[in-house]
Design a binder for this molecule. Structure first.
Ligand code: G6P
Ligand code: ZN
Length: 552
């Protein structure tokens, strides 16, 4: 075997193993509890399954890093040994084992690597009792396609050995070039290339003028996750924002005991600050691995669906985005961006949930901007959603328009109308009950049109399937859509990112054009749609739940 002959430093070892059940990548990689990942051979098996899927001819450069959570450093050492034993020529690792998801995507593209491995369970809690995850991104810098993740899963179910080598732990905390069992390992600055890329897209001079003078105060909550070093470098060092602009900026293995999910419930420190006396003009937070973001103006947070629409509508004001090829949103995301696309005559795509579905559209030059209700927005600059990028995009628009975020949003609603949107999550539902609810909805789809529930009557209903316009692949069963005669819409799907039980998600939206009705209470105005959707699906009958656990 080729790999056996090439090591001068340490002997390649073949380790017999047995497959583990359930090494099935979900919406975003393989995500399991730390406990499950701690089983001997568990991590190695999955990594070997990735390498086997790539094929022996793909053994050039890999990018490797993670969000710094518990287990990150140890996993990096083990993956390096596997990569060397499997014959890779070079692995580029972020210093300290750190790479945010968008920064990893940026590096893969810049180095023209064969792909990258990102260690993260995104916004799930970390620490010894938390979750861990492994994501594989391909040569375009984006999450592996469904075809590839299915092949990795298949491979994980049949492999009987993996290859590793013996080597001392590599120094991860200093930049440097090493030899590990004959493979080159470069430990690099995790921030610089990414920050340089953002500098080509946004007007850093205008941002420096706004942030540096102390006139415009903002706060960025890194939630003790990966974005701390990125936000400090970009906001505080390159753009001159006041020291302390970045809060919770030290990446910690357990995220300081918090849940690094940038929403109103978990980014509490920031939300309290924005609601307190003398709030900053602008607030933002990012998640565990830096791809999600939440944006807050004075007077409220900006729903991610609206955020995508505002970015699309104002893109011409931002240097890197003068000419949009098109836009895309995931299916459950509100149709706010569709209205901008229609007005600007831009192609607009509706994809299943999961960033990987944007990859082909971006690679094929069909879209420039895309986003999801799940606090993700991004563009063709990388192949992942990008939290800090979205923050800079907003700041750039604010700097050019010289208006606060909320005022920009209000004007947007006046111009395009408002899509009231909410998501209700029922967490920790018994998987069998959740599947039964979805199956029952599917069975009854054809009979739903014409049925009335309170004020709402179903106009049509379907089970969303997506045919990728670039490669023709078809993804079935991506969520149940109910369209009502009122123009409202409800969507049901099961989360693909949980590690225990099932999470049922109900997304509801309603369009409002009347300029006097643009500032209503979202939950109240959507109550008839939520009620109809819950009745149609039989949420209480199937799950015993009368109210959701989380509302966004
Ligand atoms: C991850 C993916 C997103 C996706 C989200 C959905 O964050 O990167 O692209 O929107 O998961 O999660 P869910 O739990 O709804 O499957
Ligand atoms: Zn994430």
């Amino acid at each position: 075997m080729d790999a056996m002959n090439r090591e001068p430093g340490g002997a390649v070892r073949r380790v017999e193993t047995h497959p583990f059940n359930g090494q099935k990548p979900g919406t975003s990689g393989l995500r399991k509890s730390v406990r499950e990942f701690s089983q001997p051979h568990y991590l190695e098996n999955f990594i070997q399954a990735i390498f086997n899927t790539l094929g022996a001819e793909v053994r050039g450069t890999l990018v490797l890093g993670g969000d710094g959570r518990y287990g990150n450093r140890d996993a990096i050492q083990r993956i390096l040994r596997l990569a060397a034993a499997n014959g890779f020529q070079r692995v580029v690792v972020g210093r300290g084992g750190i790479l945010s998801t968008p920064a990893a995507s940026c590096l893969i593209r810049k180095l023209e690597a064969d792909g990258g491995i990102i260690l993260s369970a995104s916004h799930n809690p970390g620490g010894a009792d938390g979750d861990f995850g492994v994501k594989f991104n391909g040569a375009n810098g984006g999450p592996a396609s469904e075809r590839v993740t299915a092949a990795i899963h298949r491979e994980s179910g049949v492999l009987d050995h993996y290859l590793t080598c013996d080597s001392a732990a590599l120094e991860l905390d200093r930049d440097g070039c090493h030899d590990l069992c004959g493979m080159q390992v470069d430990v690099v600055d995790p921030v610089a290339d990414y920050a340089d890329l953002l500098e080509t897209l946004f007007d850093f001079d205008a941002l420096r003028e706004m942030l540096g003078g102390g006139r415009f105060r903002m706060r960025f909550d890194a939630m003790h996750a990966v974005t701390g070093p990125y936000a400090r470098e970009i906001l505080e060092r390159r753009l001159g924002a006041a020291q302390g602009t970045v809060m919770n900026g030290e990446p910690l293995e357990d995220f300081g005991g918090g849940h690094p999910d940038p929403n109103l419930a978990h980014a509490r420190d920031l939300v309290d600050l924005m609601n307190g006396n003398d709030p900053p003009a602008f607030g933002a937070a990012s998640d565990g691995d830096g791809d999600r973001s939440m944006v807050l103006g004075r007077g409220g947070y900006i729903n991610p669906c609206d955020s995508l629409a505002v970015l699309a509508a104002n893109a011409h004001l931002v240097r890197g985005y003068g000419d949009l090829a098109g836009v895309a949103r995931s299916m459950p995301t509100s149709r706010a961006v569709d209205r901008v696309a229609e007005a600007r005559k831009l192609p607009c795509y509706e994809t299943p949930t999961g960033w990987k579905f944007f990859g082909n559209l971006l690679d094929d030059g069909r879209i420039t901007l895309c986003g999801e209700e799940s606090f993700g927005t991004g563009s063709s600059h990388v192949r992942e959603k990008d939290g800090l990028w979205a923050v800079l995009f907003w700041l750039n628009i604010i700097a050019v328009r010289r208006q606060p975020a909320r005022a920009i949003l209000r004007e947007h609603w006046r111009q395009f109308g408002r899509d009231y949107f909410t998501r209700h999550d029922y967490e920790g539902v018994d998987s069998v009950d959740a599947e039964a609810l979805m199956a029952s909805l599917r069975e009854r789809l054809a009979g739903l049109p014409g049925q009335a529930y309170g004020e709402e009557t179903v106009e049509c209903a379907d089970d969303f399937a997506y045919e990728d316009p670039v490669d023709g692949s078809v993804s079935q069963g991506q969520g149940i859509r109910l369209y009502f005669k009122s123009g409202a819409r409800a969507v049901f799907r099961l989360s693909g990112t949980g590690t225990a039980g099932a999470t049922l998600r109900l997304y509801c939206e309603r369009y409002e054009r009347d300029p006097t009705l643009l500032e209503l209470d979202t939950q109240r105005t959507l109550a008839p749609v939520l009620g109809a959707a819950a009745a149609i699906a039989g949420i209480e009958a199937h799950t015993g739940r009368t109210a959701p656990d989380v509302i966004t």
